[in-house]
Design a protein around this ligand. Structure first.
Ligand code: 13P
Ligand code: SF4
Length: 318
């Protein structure tokens, strides 16, 4: 029996998964969840893969190990399913930074100022109400293709992550108007300590998430979403990687690409960065959620159709 399951007096992750299967529940987990939850899941992925899984799922119930906006996305794409989350308070600083009413007021202001309504692209890390108020969604895995699908002469408002939006502007030569939101986890990487770490590990390859601020991106060899990172490390052998994203990602790398060495990029005041919201989901809460079939995530009926349209436009592109 694993130490964690024994200490918590819980079933092993595989036993939880089997129990969920027998009870008609599909467990989805984001790669930022801890190893136990990843092992308990039927499918582990990035935001895009999880949205695709939810859209394709014919499950009557989905237990989403991730944060609230991800579970909402699953509910929007699979409205007939009961969708629940181990901890209802698992939020996201990016989603919190963009309130739908503020977005709508800003869209109106820009329409008057520009004489033309901008296309609004929303990073998937936003509420259902924001998804309903935007034109199309993107994730870290398809953001470039989504932006490129919009004609170059069309003004674009990109919400809510200013770092991802800034990186897209830089690399695609666009001039999108950026909302002033940021991920509290990726903002905490420190460029000074990253430089020290690079000096201590000559030859190490730095991969960082586009949610990182520009000074950190500029010190990196590759800027990739979590699925892109996994693809790169699986295709490499004998390398040392410094990982500029949520540190639980390393669990997946070590499991699926053990031929390399992984070092978490340091935070401003700690050895690695963990998302406090993702960490709210624990093995105990997962086990309880499976039994309670809750707490359930609901989406306001008035946001359902418009939010699904924005997500489906994205899924049609890539
Ligand atoms: P991806 O899985 O799309 O890279 O997202 C990272 C993230 O911050 C999720 O909250
Ligand atoms: Fe939100 Fe950042 Fe946590 Fe992802 S890592 S859920 S963007 S706070």
């Amino acid at each position: 029996m694993s130490e964690q399951a024994a200490l918590l007096n819980l079933p092993e992750p595989a036993e939880m998964r089997d129990w969920a299967t027998e009870n008609g529940i599909l467990i989805l987990a984001h790669s930022y969840q801890d190893g136990f939850l990843q092992e308990a899941a039927h499918f582990v992925g990035d935001s895009l893969e999880l949205a695709r899984q939810a859209a394709a799922a014919d499950a009557k119930a989905i237990c989403f190990c991730g944060v609230h906006f991800m579970a909402e996305t699953a509910k929007i794409l699979s409205p007939e399913a009961e969708v629940f989350i181990p901890d209802m308070a698992a939020g996201c600083s990016l989603a919190d930074s963009c309130k739908a009413e503020d977005l709508i007021a800003y869209q109106e202001h820009l329409t008057t100022k520009l004489g033309k309504r901008p296309v609004t692209i929303a990073y998937v890390n936003c509420t259902a109400a924001v998804k309903a108020a935007c034109d199309i969604i993107c994730t870290s895995g398809n953001a470039r293709q989504v932006v490129e699908s919009i004609p170059g002469d069309q003004p674009i408002l990109f919400v809510p992550d200013r770092h991802l939006g800034g990186w897209l502007n830089e690399t695609l030569g666009r001039d999108m108007i950026l909302w002033n939101g940021a991920c509290e986890v990726h903002e905490l990487f420190s460029v000074e300590t990253l430089r020290e770490q690079k000096a201590a590990h000559p030859g190490a390859i730095v991969i960082s998430h586009p949610e990182c601020p520009k000074p950190v991106r500029d010190e990196s060899d590759h800027i990739l979403g979590t699925a892109g990172m996994l693809k790169l490390v699986k295709a490499s052998a004998g390398e040392t990687f410094i990982i500029g994203t949520e540190a639980n990602m390393i669990y997946r790398f070590e499991k699926e690409a053990p031929q390399n060495t992984y070092l978490p990029a340091p935070g401003a005041s700690c050895a690695c960065n963990l998302c406090p919201h993702m960490q709210r989901n624990t093995p105990e809460k997962l086990w309880a959620a499976l039994h309670n079939r809750g707490p359930q995530v609901e989406v306001a009926p008035e946001h359902m159709d418009a939010a699904r349209r924005s997500l489906e436009r994205m899924l049609a592109i890539i």
